[in-house]
Write a protein that binds this ligand. Sequence first.
Ligand code: GLN
Length: 491
Amino acid sequence: MTDITSLTIAAARDALKKKTISARELADAHLSAMERARSLNAYVLETPDVARTMAARSDKRIAAGEAGPLEGIPIGVKDLFCTKDVRTTACSHILHNFVPAYESTVTAQLWRDGAVMLGKTNNDEFAMGSSNETSYFGPVTSPWHRKGSNTPLVPGGSSGGSAAAVAANLCLAATGTDTGGSIRQPAAFTGIAGLKPTYGRCSRWGIVAFASSLDQAGPFTRTVRDGAILLRSMAGHDPKDTTSVDRPVPDYEAAIGRSVKGMRIGIPKEYRVDGMAAEIEKLWEQGIAWLKAAGAEIVEISLPHTKYALPAYYIVAPAEASSNLARYDGVRYGLREPGRDIIGMYENTRARGFGKEVRRRVMIGTYVLSAGYYDAYYLRAQKVRTLIKRDFEEVFARGVQAILTPATPTAAFGIGEKGGVDPIEMYLNDVFTVTVNMAGLPGLAVPAGLSSEGLPLGLQLIGRPFDEETLFSLGEVIEQAAGRFAPETWW
Ligand code: GLN
């Protein structure tokens, strides 16, 4: 029998139902795989006791014929989701000892449906980054290597631990959050599927806030179908999050295999950016050809404000972050560094508790929100945001049902290779993904090929608001054509 850690959720669900494997066996196999893979640093906390208790309960429910839709499925949880009585740090020193008294809505729904928690996965500090190098717990190493090279590579970020864990078979699926690309970019770098749902589809309650108008939770899975299965449990209205939307959660899995014949797919000319690698261009052409072969109609479209998305994002996101992170003052949560008086205590706590990138964002955010600069920066960025959203609305109004773009401008890079001196170099990773957050739309990254160096490359499908189903249908077409990609085990 093949190693049960390499099963898809769909296959594990069948095997559990037929009782050819037990939830306990599945949990144990993953816990051992996690132990063997500690050098990847994908998990910042392993929770074997919780996992075994949950798995035992799953086995009981399966035996009683009361299995939930995710019964016995072992999952990694990004350390941005609050988990009751289980340490949650956002991978920041300032929250190094924070143990929440509550469970995030998304994770509560996963446990309600029978999923099993394996542990908390690594991420960039407060989800700020594109490489998982800003984590207080150190970087995550990608399970992928370039052909004939041992250079350690980044898994992407900020949800790098979740992506690496799914790609390396250290869980069947993981949760992520995406503010500017943090699900789609690491999914593309590690050869797996990653979905950022429509803003409001999943509750943000109990997720450590970065930029509240952009943050969304979503699934990382090895197949598109598994993403559909997981999203159904993660999504839904939550009265505790006023931005969560009250509309029914469809059976996303039913969209898998649905015909895409006659669907109009837009190809935005503005995404052909200067200096884009030739192999990314080729991958995009290949994706277009696959969708055409499946009967979709390809149309060239224009999203004229695309070039302003990244600069506007780097005003809006830090502005909201500076406001959200004001709560970490040494009084209510986590770290407290004494000082001569209360101001001194605040200053010491925040200076020592936050890493460099977080401090940079807090300073930028405070600056663009300050009385003298609010109109020049923040207000202007908000106006640009409206224009970006309008670009998409116009295209959708003309009958385009989804948009196909590359997911990232390059394949994964080496740890320490980017962003050392110039943070902009790192920010450029998100050129294709931030527009989607700015407009609140759903976006799916799906693996589509390998680079000349043997690294995974992904395509992105952007959808109409609350039309994740179309993305799953189209994503599966690409997946079927491209095949699946897995790293060789070396860790
Ligand atoms: N890389 C982007 C940033 O650093 C996006 C991060 C995210 O989506 N959480 O802000």
